[in-house]
Design a binder for this molecule. Structure first.
Ligand code: NAP
Length: 281
């Protein structure tokens, strides 16, 4: 199945500030890539990463907050000779200028890179201090893009204030069929400010599947989804402000399922409303 589908082109989106196209389905790494060095730990993730790139994926998201994830991504992508095919997004998650610099140097080493495509300020931690460093390193060519992230809608007002006031390339935020607060203010604001949007927690860290277990996907969704995972990803990607969604998985079968969403058409506005209605209660 992987062989058959690798010949089909993944859905692409454009980074507003540069015009660079990137594949619209990426890969998260929180928990899933935080593993040890044993072959039994790493072989399934090597298969996931290889298939991800085979399907035309490129955007991987990590953070020094995710334990060993950056190092595992760096090791596996180097062993598989895929490191230069990736669009690497990672984060700085500390206070203070010197600690931020040390942490970002560590990320470069762990990811086995001299450059990183996107450096983000994780959960806006000490963001004014870190943003000054990110700007300097972007000017020096170490980072191509810079941005900010958060994981909770209670931080959306603060995130909106930063996006409105500062010149940023990316924002990363939570958005799912179950949690749609971002539609109210943040997604329109990102569009207006020409800020690319990465979506985290698209399956609510797996909680979506507890709610849909045992229920078949509705017939109207069949043209754009074969599974609840695909239904969820295509709902998110049908929002025009979204640049890339970051599902995380440690299983090849789930990776194949998730990448399949980027090979189908997206729901139209009426279908999107019907999908939303399924989860509105
Ligand atoms: N503040 C921040 O910047 C921030 C915060 C949160 C997350 N993030 C980023 O966003 C990424 C995604 O969020 P997340 O890791 O919280 O969770 P998620 O992607 O919403 O859900 C991951 C869960 O869904 C399962 N899953 C994945 N594909 C599936 C499929 N097709 N069918 C059934 N189950 C499936 C995974 O289990 P299996 O391994 O069994 O597939 C895992 O338990 C993170 O990894 C991270 O990179 C960033």
């Amino acid at each position: 199945m992987v062989e058959m589908m690798t010949r089909t082109r993944q859905l692409q989106r454009t980074i507003p500030k540069s015009g660079q196209p990137i594949p619209a389905i990426g890969l998260g790494s929180w928990q899933t890539f935080d593993v040890g060095r044993s072959a039994s730990d790493r072989a399934p993730l090597a298969a996931v990463l290889k298939a991800f790139v085979g399907f035309g994926g490129a955007v991987v998201d990590s953070s020094p907050m995710y334990g060993r994830s950056e190092a595992v991504l760096g090791d596996l992508s180097s062993q598989l000779r895929l490191n230069d095919k990736l669009f690497v997004a990672t984060k700085v998650f500390t206070s203070g200028q010197r600690r931020g610099v040390a942490q970002m140097r560590q990320s470069l080493r762990r990811l086995r890179r001299t450059r990183i495509e996107l450096m983000q300020i994780h959960n806006l931690v000490d963001w004014r201090t870190q943003l000054a460093t990110l700007r300097a390193w972007k000017a020096a060519g170490t980072f191509r893009y810079i941005g900010v992230t958060h994981y909770t809608s209670s931080a959306f007002d603060q995130l909106a204030g930063v996006i409105a006031a500062e010149e940023l390339d990316f924002v990363q935020l939570p958005y799912s069929i179950i949690r749609r607060e971002a539609e109210r203010k943040l997604l329109p604001l990102a569009q207006k400010r020409r800020v690319a949007v990465l979506v985290n927690r698209p399956f609510e860290a797996g909680a979506l599947f507890a709610r849909t277990r045992g229920r078949p996907i509705p017939t109207f969704a069949r043209p754009f989804a074969d599974s609840w995972a695909q239904l969820s990803l295509s709902f998110i990607l049908a929002h025009p402000a979204v640049t890339c969604v970051l599902p995380a998985t440690s299983k090849l079968a789930h990776l194949v399922d998730n990448m399949g969403a980027g090979l189908k058409r997206l729901p139209d506005a009426a279908e999107r409303r019907k999908v939303a209605a399924l989860f509105s209660s």
